[in-house]
Design a protein around this ligand. Structure first.
Ligand code: C2E
Ligand code: CA
Ligand code: CA
Ligand code: CA
Length: 279
């Protein structure tokens, strides 16, 4: 035993041990969560420049039996590392399609779009397109109401593949937003090749508005880039009236953030939507 162990490094770090077992534990709990429908979508409103509700971003939550409502920052990375992101992502897409079919039944919610976050593994999955189109058909939704939010790192990974897959889905009517814009490896050369509908300005640039001169400059440039490329541009993480006013002033077209509404359950989202339209 002494021989075998000589060249090995043995150490015991209780904090590390705990992190590893809690990761493993989370993985097995997450598996159960997906099977037993413990996941739920929350909906954060998106509005246009005159304050009308145009749609929502679907954000996944975990209704954990002991821990209560758990946010995606705590479990998406575990899901990605373990491959559980595939069943999880499929669950999210199905729930989103079901929601769009509910919205289609009411005049006040019929035209809303629903944006869904798609992770790299999910987008690259061989049968992603088939699965998505099967859901669109099953729930009989208008594909134009669905927006897929992709990140720059997802696209840059295999740009030719991404362009081809996006173009095909685009022909089926499905729209695309480039999420967290400005934080990744934005190459202007590929942005013009992508069949995008929307850029989302990352919250880190909105945070410093209106006083931070760099954030203000970057925000202005992203908005004029979007305008030149004829893309809708959504500012994320708008928390204050001063940020909203600055963004309106520089002709931002779409707005999302706590100032307009936090992510809420489907029931609350519907109540707010109906209330807003009654004036
Ligand atoms: P994201 O796509 O950038 O989503 C925006 C995040 O910012 C959400 O956090 C939202 O609640 C938060 N947020 C919105 N407005 C404000 C604001 O005014 N101030 C601040 N401080 N935060 C705001 P959330 O729901 O915790 O989601 C975090 C991330 O988890 C998302 O970032 C997205 O990358 C990922 N995610 C969420 N749902 C899904 C999903 O269904 N699938 C995948 N693959 N990823 C998801
Ligand atoms: Ca997003
Ligand atoms: Ca984002
Ligand atoms: Ca973000």
């Amino acid at each position: 035993a002494k021989e075998a162990g000589r060249n090995r490094l043995y150490f015991y770090d209780p904090a590390m041990q705990e992190a590893i077992s809690s990761r493993a534990q989370m993985e097995s709990e997450l598996r159960v969560a997906i099977e037993q429908e413990q996941l739920v979508l929350y909906y954060q409103p998106q509005v246009n420049a005159v304050g009308e509700l145009t749609g929502a971003e679907a954000l996944v939550r975990w209704e954990h039996p002991q821990r209560g409502l758990v946010g995606p920052v705590e479990f998406i990375s575990v899901a990605e590392a373990s491959g559980l992101i595939l069943p999880l992502g499929h669950w999210v897409l199905e729930a989103a399609c079901r929601q769009l079919s509910d919205w289609a039944e009411r005049e006040q919610t019929r035209d809303l779009t629903l944006s869904v976050n798609i992770s790299t593994h999910q987008f690259k999955q061989a049968d992603f397109v088939d699965q998505l189109l099967a859901l669109v058909a099953q729930y009989a939704i208008n594909p134009q109401r669905l927006k897929l939010e992709l990140t720059e790192s997802l696209l840059i990974d295999d740009i030719d593949f991404a362009i081809e897959r996006m173009r095909f889905l685009k022909q089926q009517g499905i729209g695309f937003a480039l999420d967290d814009f400005g934080t990744g490896y934005s190459s202007l050369a590929y942005i013009k090749q992508l069949p995008l509908d929307q850029l989302k300005i990352d919250r880190c640039f909105i945070d410093g508005l209106p006083s931070d001169a760099n954030d203000a400059a970057i925000t202005r440039i992203i908005i004029s880039l979007a305008s030149e490329l004829k893309l809708w541009v959504v500012a994320e993480g708008v928390e204050t009236q001063a940020q909203r006013d600055f963004l309106l002033d520089v002709n931002c077209t779409g707005f999302q953030g706590y100032w307009f509404g936090r992510p809420v359950s489907a029931e609350d989202f519907l109540l707010n939507a109906l209330e807003q339209q009654e004036g």
